[in-house]
Write a protein that binds this ligand. Sequence first.
Ligand SMILES: [Zn+2]
Length: 202
Amino acid sequence: MRKGRLFVDFLLEKPRPKRKTEGCVVGMDSNYVNGLVFSDGQQVGHELVETVRKFSKRKKRTHAEIKSRIDQAMKQIDFSGIRVLVIENLKHVKRGKRGTFSRTHNRRLSHWQYAYAVDLLQRYYEEHGVRLERKNPAYTSQYCHKCRRWDRRNRSGDRFRCMHCGYTAHADRNAAYNLELLGLAGVYGLRSLPNSELQRFE
Ligand SMILES: [Zn+2]
Protein backbone atom coordinates (compact mmCIF):
# COMPACT_ATOMS: atom_id res chain seq x y z
CA MET A 1 0.00 0.00 0.00
CA ARG A 2 1.32 3.41 -0.91
CA LYS A 3 -0.62 6.63 -0.44
CA GLY A 4 -3.87 4.74 -0.25
CA ARG A 5 -3.20 2.76 -3.42
CA LEU A 6 -2.57 -0.93 -3.63
CA PHE A 7 0.21 -2.16 -5.94
CA VAL A 8 0.47 -5.81 -6.86
CA ASP A 9 3.36 -7.46 -8.68
CA PHE A 10 2.75 -10.61 -10.62
CA LEU A 11 5.71 -12.77 -11.46
CA LEU A 12 5.13 -15.32 -14.17
CA GLU A 13 7.69 -17.99 -14.69
CA LYS A 14 8.09 -19.60 -18.06
CA PRO A 15 10.29 -22.60 -18.61
CA ARG A 16 13.38 -21.38 -20.44
CA PRO A 17 14.18 -23.32 -23.60
CA LYS A 18 17.62 -24.78 -24.01
CA ARG A 19 20.32 -22.63 -25.56
CA LYS A 20 20.79 -23.38 -29.22
CA THR A 21 23.92 -25.24 -30.13
CA GLU A 22 23.54 -24.85 -33.87
CA GLY A 23 23.32 -21.77 -36.02
CA CYS A 24 25.45 -18.71 -36.68
CA VAL A 25 27.01 -15.91 -34.72
CA VAL A 26 25.36 -12.79 -36.14
CA GLY A 27 26.15 -9.12 -35.53
CA MET A 28 23.51 -6.42 -35.43
CA ASP A 29 24.06 -2.71 -35.88
CA SER A 30 21.33 -0.21 -35.17
CA ASN A 31 20.70 3.35 -36.07
CA TYR A 32 17.99 5.87 -36.37
CA VAL A 33 17.86 5.88 -40.15
CA ASN A 34 18.32 2.26 -41.13
CA GLY A 35 16.81 0.43 -38.20
CA LEU A 36 18.42 -2.87 -37.36
CA VAL A 37 21.00 -4.23 -39.79
CA PHE A 38 22.23 -7.80 -39.38
CA SER A 39 25.42 -9.42 -40.64
CA ASP A 40 23.37 -12.28 -42.10
CA GLY A 41 21.69 -9.90 -44.55
CA GLN A 42 18.52 -9.06 -42.64
CA GLN A 43 17.36 -5.51 -42.10
CA VAL A 44 14.23 -4.52 -40.22
CA GLY A 45 12.67 -1.35 -38.93
CA HIS A 46 14.02 1.11 -41.50
CA GLU A 47 10.53 2.54 -41.80
CA LEU A 48 10.69 3.46 -38.13
CA VAL A 49 12.39 6.79 -38.72
CA GLU A 50 9.54 8.46 -40.53
CA THR A 51 7.06 7.07 -38.05
CA VAL A 52 9.06 8.29 -35.08
CA ARG A 53 9.49 11.71 -36.66
CA LYS A 54 5.78 12.06 -37.23
CA PHE A 55 4.99 10.85 -33.76
CA SER A 56 7.36 13.16 -31.97
CA LYS A 57 5.52 16.18 -33.35
CA ARG A 58 2.53 15.34 -31.23
CA LYS A 59 3.39 14.33 -27.72
CA LYS A 60 0.42 12.21 -26.69
CA ARG A 61 0.76 8.44 -26.68
CA THR A 62 3.97 8.79 -28.64
CA HIS A 63 5.89 6.26 -26.57
CA ALA A 64 3.17 3.63 -26.82
CA GLU A 65 2.93 4.02 -30.59
CA ILE A 66 6.67 3.89 -31.14
CA LYS A 67 6.85 0.84 -28.91
CA SER A 68 4.23 -0.94 -30.96
CA ARG A 69 6.19 -0.12 -34.16
CA ILE A 70 9.33 -1.52 -32.62
CA ASP A 71 7.36 -4.62 -31.62
CA GLN A 72 6.23 -5.05 -35.21
CA ALA A 73 9.75 -4.62 -36.54
CA MET A 74 11.11 -7.19 -34.10
CA LYS A 75 8.57 -9.75 -35.22
CA GLN A 76 9.94 -9.56 -38.76
CA ILE A 77 13.30 -10.91 -37.70
CA ASP A 78 13.99 -14.48 -38.74
CA PHE A 79 16.18 -15.89 -36.01
CA SER A 80 15.96 -19.53 -37.05
CA GLY A 81 19.60 -19.58 -38.18
CA ILE A 82 20.98 -17.48 -35.32
CA ARG A 83 22.67 -19.00 -32.29
CA VAL A 84 24.39 -15.89 -30.89
CA LEU A 85 23.40 -12.29 -31.58
CA VAL A 86 26.12 -9.70 -31.06
CA ILE A 87 25.03 -6.11 -30.41
CA GLU A 88 26.69 -2.90 -29.30
CA ASN A 89 26.79 -2.24 -25.59
CA LEU A 90 24.29 0.44 -24.75
CA LYS A 91 26.53 2.14 -22.24
CA HIS A 92 28.83 3.28 -25.06
CA VAL A 93 26.05 4.66 -27.21
CA LYS A 94 25.80 8.17 -25.83
CA ARG A 95 29.46 8.74 -25.30
CA GLY A 96 30.46 11.51 -27.70
CA LYS A 97 33.62 13.59 -27.64
CA ARG A 98 31.91 16.93 -27.73
CA GLY A 99 29.09 15.99 -25.44
CA THR A 100 25.42 15.90 -26.20
CA PHE A 101 24.31 15.39 -29.79
CA SER A 102 26.97 14.21 -32.13
CA ARG A 103 26.00 13.37 -35.69
CA THR A 104 26.38 9.70 -34.95
CA HIS A 105 24.12 10.02 -32.00
CA ASN A 106 21.44 11.75 -34.02
CA ARG A 107 21.46 8.83 -36.41
CA ARG A 108 20.85 6.34 -33.68
CA LEU A 109 17.60 5.33 -32.16
CA SER A 110 17.09 7.44 -29.05
CA HIS A 111 18.39 5.95 -25.85
CA TRP A 112 15.06 4.62 -24.61
CA GLN A 113 13.98 3.37 -28.04
CA TYR A 114 17.15 1.39 -28.36
CA ALA A 115 16.93 0.16 -24.77
CA TYR A 116 13.36 -0.91 -25.40
CA ALA A 117 14.28 -2.68 -28.62
CA VAL A 118 17.14 -4.50 -26.93
CA ASP A 119 14.89 -5.46 -24.04
CA LEU A 120 12.37 -6.91 -26.50
CA LEU A 121 15.08 -8.66 -28.45
CA GLN A 122 16.41 -10.20 -25.28
CA ARG A 123 12.98 -11.60 -24.50
CA TYR A 124 12.43 -12.95 -28.02
CA TYR A 125 15.86 -14.43 -28.20
CA GLU A 126 15.68 -16.03 -24.80
CA GLU A 127 12.44 -17.65 -25.84
CA HIS A 128 14.22 -19.12 -28.85
CA GLY A 129 17.38 -20.15 -27.07
CA VAL A 130 19.55 -17.49 -28.70
CA ARG A 131 22.24 -15.78 -26.65
CA LEU A 132 22.72 -12.01 -26.71
CA GLU A 133 26.24 -10.61 -26.38
CA ARG A 134 27.11 -6.94 -25.89
CA LYS A 135 30.30 -5.48 -27.32
CA ASN A 136 32.12 -2.17 -27.50
CA PRO A 137 31.09 -0.49 -30.77
CA ALA A 138 34.18 1.76 -30.93
CA TYR A 139 35.70 1.80 -34.45
CA THR A 140 33.11 -0.65 -35.82
CA SER A 141 32.10 1.97 -38.39
CA GLN A 142 35.67 2.57 -39.61
CA TYR A 143 37.25 -0.85 -39.40
CA CYS A 144 37.27 -3.05 -42.50
CA HIS A 145 36.02 -6.51 -41.64
CA LYS A 146 37.46 -7.88 -44.89
CA CYS A 147 41.12 -6.89 -44.68
CA ARG A 148 41.05 -6.14 -40.94
CA ARG A 149 42.57 -2.71 -41.27
CA TRP A 150 41.40 0.52 -39.80
CA ASP A 151 41.18 3.95 -41.37
CA ARG A 152 39.17 6.93 -40.25
CA ARG A 153 38.45 7.77 -43.90
CA ASN A 154 36.79 4.43 -44.61
CA ARG A 155 33.45 5.74 -43.48
CA SER A 156 31.59 8.45 -45.31
CA GLY A 157 27.96 8.84 -44.30
CA ASP A 158 26.11 5.67 -45.22
CA ARG A 159 28.93 4.33 -47.34
CA PHE A 160 31.85 2.28 -46.23
CA ARG A 161 34.76 2.09 -48.61
CA CYS A 162 38.04 0.58 -47.47
CA MET A 163 41.07 2.73 -48.34
CA HIS A 164 43.27 -0.37 -48.29
CA CYS A 165 41.41 -3.18 -50.05
CA GLY A 166 38.59 -1.31 -51.77
CA TYR A 167 35.81 -3.27 -50.06
CA THR A 168 32.54 -1.37 -50.20
CA ALA A 169 29.32 -1.89 -48.28
CA HIS A 170 26.59 -0.05 -46.53
CA ALA A 171 28.26 1.40 -43.43
CA ASP A 172 25.80 -0.29 -41.09
CA ARG A 173 26.33 -3.65 -42.74
CA ASN A 174 30.08 -3.38 -42.29
CA ALA A 175 29.55 -2.44 -38.63
CA ALA A 176 27.32 -5.50 -38.20
CA TYR A 177 30.08 -7.67 -39.69
CA ASN A 178 32.52 -6.19 -37.20
CA LEU A 179 30.23 -7.05 -34.31
CA GLU A 180 30.03 -10.58 -35.68
CA LEU A 181 33.82 -10.62 -35.78
CA LEU A 182 33.94 -9.70 -32.09
CA GLY A 183 31.47 -12.43 -31.27
CA LEU A 184 33.43 -15.06 -33.18
CA ALA A 185 36.72 -13.98 -31.62
CA GLY A 186 35.21 -13.83 -28.14
CA VAL A 187 36.64 -10.37 -27.39
CA TYR A 188 34.92 -7.22 -26.15
CA GLY A 189 36.31 -4.63 -28.54
CA LEU A 190 38.14 -4.36 -31.87
CA ARG A 191 41.29 -3.29 -30.06
CA SER A 192 41.42 -6.70 -28.41
CA LEU A 193 41.30 -8.64 -31.67
CA PRO A 194 44.48 -10.65 -32.16
CA ASN A 195 46.95 -8.60 -34.22
CA SER A 196 44.58 -5.66 -34.32
CA GLU A 197 46.02 -2.53 -35.81
CA LEU A 198 43.97 -0.60 -33.33
CA GLN A 199 46.19 -1.56 -30.40
CA ARG A 200 48.50 1.20 -31.53
CA PHE A 201 45.82 3.76 -30.84
CA GLU A 202 45.17 2.73 -27.26
ZN1 LIG B 1 39.72 -3.49 -46.34
